[in-house]
Design a protein around this ligand. Structure first.
Ligand code: HEM
Length: 215
């Protein structure tokens, strides 16, 4: 039997995720203000980058988990996870703009153009913006389901760009363990979708053919 929460339980689960998703930010603020960090700026830039990637992976995990368990209510958590991924990406970008460039946008763009790993991260962030802007029910209605779905498939480009950005950043230090682990996670989560869209549609075609021949 699958777990199927009532509306009150679902609200409780959503509230718990909301609080949990803010814990990393609270920890970063606390450690910075209590003076426990040697390199606070580096810690915040990396911490917000890490949490952007983790939340992107959690957002991508919802659909395979729902398919494998039959727990359709999981879909109702996806939007919140995606919005939090954008929230951390925004903080990550703002720390870069603030601490690295003191809000000098021109200098920031010069830096983005000069350093390929930042250009890749920046592209991923820019692609996340339309997804965040269209995450409301109203925007979903205005765009229409099909167009909304096509737009939100940008996540399939954003996640690999996030991995490439991480990989490239670590290339200078020849430390690939974490980018490799995240790369495998993203490959499995996206690969599962490709598998299902290919074999799922073959299954459907077979069923249709069997129905048409009276089988
Ligand atoms: C979806 C978008 C993005 C994701 C998923 C992402 C992810 C990450 C990750 C995982 C790290 C490494 C953290 C670590 O070492 O533990 C990182 C570092 C970094 N990212 Fe991003 N990032 C994104 C966008 C951006 C953007 C828009 C910028 C700036 C324009 C940026 C600039 C940086 C910088 C400067 C570092 C730190 C480099 C260092 O400390 O040497 N990233 N990012």
């Amino acid at each position: 039997m699958t777990f199927n929460p009532g509306s009150k339980q679902l609200s409780g689960i959503k509230a718990a995720i909301f609080v949990l998703a803010l814990v990393p930010l609270a920890r970063m603020v606390w450690l910075t203000y209590s003076g426990q960090l040697v390199e606070p700026l580096e810690f915040i830039t990396r911490g917000t980058g890490d949490w952007t990637l983790r939340l992107l992976c959690l957002t991508l995990l919802v659909t395979p988990l729902r398919r494998l368990t039959g727990m359709n209510w999981l879909n109702r958590l996806r939007r919140m996870l995606g919005v939090f991924a954008f929230f951390y990406a925004f903080l990550h970008f703002m720390t870069f703009l603030w601490f690295d460039h003191f809000f000098d946008v021109v200098a920031m763009f010069r830096d983005v153009a000069k350093r390929p790993f930042i250009l890749v991260g920046f592209t991923a962030f820019v692609l996340l913006i339309p997804l965040a802007l269209t995450s409301t029910n109203g925007m979903m209605k205005r765009l229409g389901g099909k167009r909304w779905m096509w737009l939100h498939r940008l996540i399939y480009i954003i996640a690999p760009l996030g991995i490439l950005h991480f990989w490239w950043m670590r290339a200078g230090k020849s430390n690939f363990t974490e980018p490799f682990i995240f790369g495998v996670i993203v490959a499995v989560l996206l690969g599962a979708r490709v598998y299902w869209s290919f074999f799922g549609s073959k299954q459907k075609q077979k069923q249709k053919a069997a129905q048409a021949s009276g089988g």
